[in-house]
Design a protein around this ligand. Structure first.
Ligand SMILES: [Zn+2]
Length: 69
């Protein structure tokens, strides 16, 4: 039996979410377990399907040479 800890985030939810730091749009990361702000290069954690949109809780994303803008 598999645990279903990861709740998929709604795209509609992503639409209303924004980065608390730059007020810009955010997107789901590749694994679908984090919210990414491309401008701030920050990843916001998602706990129990609830995005933690706090700059203090966000973790910096490492540059991968891909510019999102
Ligand atoms: Zn931002």
């Amino acid at each position: 039996m598999k645990d279903r800890m990861n709740v998929e985030l709604d795209k509609e939810l992503l639409d209303i979410l924004f980065c608390p730091r730059c007020k810009g749009n955010v997107r789901l990361n590749a694994a679908g377990v984090g919210i990414i702000c491309g401008r701030c290069k920050l990843q916001y954690e998602v706990k129990d399907g609830i995005p933690i949109m706090l700059a203090d809780e966000a973790k910096p994303i490492e540059e991968d040479g891909h510019s999102s803008n």
